[in-house]
Ligand binder design. Sequence first.
Ligand code: ZN
Length: 494
Amino acid sequence: MLDLVIKGARICDGTGNPWYGGDVAVRGERIAAVGVVRARARRAVDGAGLVLCPGFVDVHTHSDGIVEHPAAENILRQGVTTVVSGNCGGSRLPVAAMLDRVEAGRPAVNYATLVGHGSVRGRVMGAAKRRPTRKESARMCRLVEAAMRDGAVGMSTGLFYVPGAYAQVDEIVAVAKVVAGYGGVYATHKRSAGGKLFQALREAATVGKRAGIAVEISHLKILHRRGRTRPDRVEAVLAAVERYRAQGVDMTCDVHPYPATFTGLSSVVIPPWCAKDGKLRERMRDAAVRRRIRAEVAGKIAWIGGPDRITIARFDPDPSLNGRSLADVAGARKGTAASVAMDLVAEGDPRCIFHALRPADVARIVCHPAVMIASDGGVVGARRGVVHPRNYGTFPRIYREYVRERRLLSLEEAVRKMTSLPARKFGIRDRGLIAPGMRADLVLFDPARIAERATFDAPHSFPAGIRAVVVNGHVAWDGKRVSRQRAGAVIRTG
Ligand SMILES: [Zn+2]
């Protein structure tokens, strides 16, 4: 007896091949058969007129909040069945303990993690802005090796952030070699998306070449100097990725389909040197140093297009600022954007949405064959406050905008970018495809109705058109209700 059969759906199997009609049968946690299924099943779902594809694999997330909020409803209801956490250089340590905690909480979706180089460096060197000694480098390698043995799928760097920004390429190559020895991936939040973007890509390629490791450029994005938007820049960036691939570097990228980023204000506007040794506040109090910092902060705000492009999302010391722009707050406080930004950083460093990307660049990146879709989001616990809509809408938005409305991607190519491509790249071998023997992670959706509903103004909205989500053979979402039995697994590779 089968546990589940989905009958007569358009099967889009994740390979990129054209869809075909058929049934998919599930026994236990795995796909038992694909094609015409006659055997009886405990549960049958009618797939007529619907697309059945592998569950979406979201390789760029910050979803350690799944420990506190294992239902992860904003993730599950997009059709995402697997998340990879520990991105941008930050992960919990040790990885073994984190994986155990996630497992004990019985998550609704599958969870895998990278080990964060920034977290490892912070553990060994604090906020020191210098090269590691031989001893420190060896200690970092040992910590990374332990994480890989414990089941991390690779290592991430956040070279834009402190302390990752203090690391030079030799340091990264040394730890990346350890990761390569376990078949792990190197995912990097590049050092610059602005003026030094091409150097940053070259640095990632250098790590790939010298460490012999597969490289993932996290959330590929392009910042244009204010007033000098250059449409050819995105073409040059994608050509660089293709050139590195031609040179033998397995470089791919991920992106989410929104022209806005989300992170801490300090990481975008405060130059990394100011945070050296953890003495940012001290430096900002010294009048002469403050003037120097303020000039650089003003330059950084101008780079991304001005203070009206920055929306404060979460500022715990004064939640009344949430949802307001930096321009607005600077006006209310009667200060310049740069000095008010520095004050906000000192008062509690708000999380902000930066409306800084060119929509045409985002579309071009989304459609490139070496680019996969990833949300850069996480688990939203409570449905309130200002959050980036990518947390609720990334995957349905790809279908709605790129496949159905603009016809820039085929159904099959869009699904490939959300399933087999990310699963293969991150070493998750038994997910991301519909085939007998694979884990039964599935999404059934209505191609005429699937759409994101979350917007920047109303971000806490679940998508439409997702008719069922199956995680490890269990129907976790049936189009009406979330199952209380959470069936996600912790993925340990290596
Ligand atoms: Zn990042």
